[in-house]
Write a protein that binds this ligand. Structure first.
Ligand SMILES: [Zn+2]
Length: 294
């Protein structure tokens, strides 16, 4: 286990514990969440060392790396994912009249890249999990690398990180490499959970967006802006992910009650809706996509 003593966003050293959150999908271990008192970044610490983190990705429940919809929550996830895939494609294509070159960092099994390829985009993926990487290569018929350091290709029109940056241990190194691979007028889309959202505040330690210890950092709009600015880029806008509040509330109800139930599903629907209504005024949606440019 390693202790994080310094905030990677602002360098602050005053980190205060604010929650204990259980790993509900793999280890059932409880992890402590701290918050930087200067910039408010949420930090999972102590946490497994980088070389041990892969052990926490071995569950069948971690279905961003699998396509089996066995439980009700999984089935809902797969339907939502198909809808979200088309929606993400529209976001990426906006502002790009001709298909360009796209890098999906943390591409999983490659479904998003495959959708991009079907629209004539040139695709490159990065995925640390070997099993997922092999599937992604087959599905896209394009290069999928283990890390950003494994290839020299650059000048990407679009770079996407769909719920990935919160898993990355070295934020500055990753952002600096991504910046170097981005075309001068290119765009990076960074989707991450927002623990300042209404559902984040409502479910507290049961909030599925914490997903410890896989989520090392817990961002808000302020901390993301600070991190991006510090790395010589700018956040030019945000896009709400309105389906996430429902999915995250559904998982959170399951964690809170230790099982799925009809009552839990109804509560999750109501809470997902409440979160979106509150966010329509505050801007604090359950998950946000940050639009980042050089
Ligand atoms: Zn900080």
């Amino acid at each position: 286990m390693i202790d994080i003593k310094i905030c990677p966003v602002c360098g602050g050293e005053n980190l205060q514990r604010f929650l204990s959150s259980k790993d509900n999908t793999v280890s059932q271990q409880v992890f402590e969440l701290h918050q930087c008192q200067t910039c408010k970044l949420g930090i999972t610490t102590p946490r497994p060392a980088d070389q041990d983190l892969h052990q926490y990705y071995l569950s069948d429940d971690y279905i961003s790396h699998s396509n089996k919809g066995t439980t009700l929550v999984d089935k809902v996830y797969l339907i939502a994912r198909s809808f979200t895939l088309k929606w993400k494609l529209r976001i990426v294509q906006q502002g790009n009249t001709a298909p360009g070159k796209i890098l999906d960092y943390g591409c999983g099994t490659g479904e998003f890249l495959s959708a991009c390829r079907n629209k004539a985009w040139t695709t490159v993926g990065v995925e640390p999990s070997q099993a997922a990487r092999e599937q992604a290569k087959k599905l896209t018929g394009s290069p999928v690398y283990e890390s950003l350091q494994s290839f020299t290709d650059d000048n990407f029109t679009v770079i996407t990180l769909w719920h990935v940056l919160e898993h990355v241990s070295d934020l500055d190194e990753t952002l600096s490499l991504l910046k170097s691979k981005l075309a001068e007028n290119g765009t990076i889309f960074i989707a991450v959970p927002n623990h300042s959202s209404w559902d984040g505040q409502h479910y507290k330690e049961h909030w599925a967006g914490y997903d410890t210890p896989r989520h090392l950092w817990h961002f808000s709009r302020e901390t993301m802006k600070t991190l991006i600015t510090k790395n010589g880029m700018k956040v030019t806008g945000t896009i709400p992910m309105k389906l996430d509040s429902f999915y995250i509330s559904l998982l959170s109800e399951k964690y809170k009650n230790k099982r799925s139930s009809l009552t839990g599903m109804l509560k999750a629907t109501l809470n997902g809706l409440t979160s979106n209504v509150k966010a329509s005024k505050s801007g604090d949606y359950s998950s946000l996509i940050y639009i980042v440019r050089k």
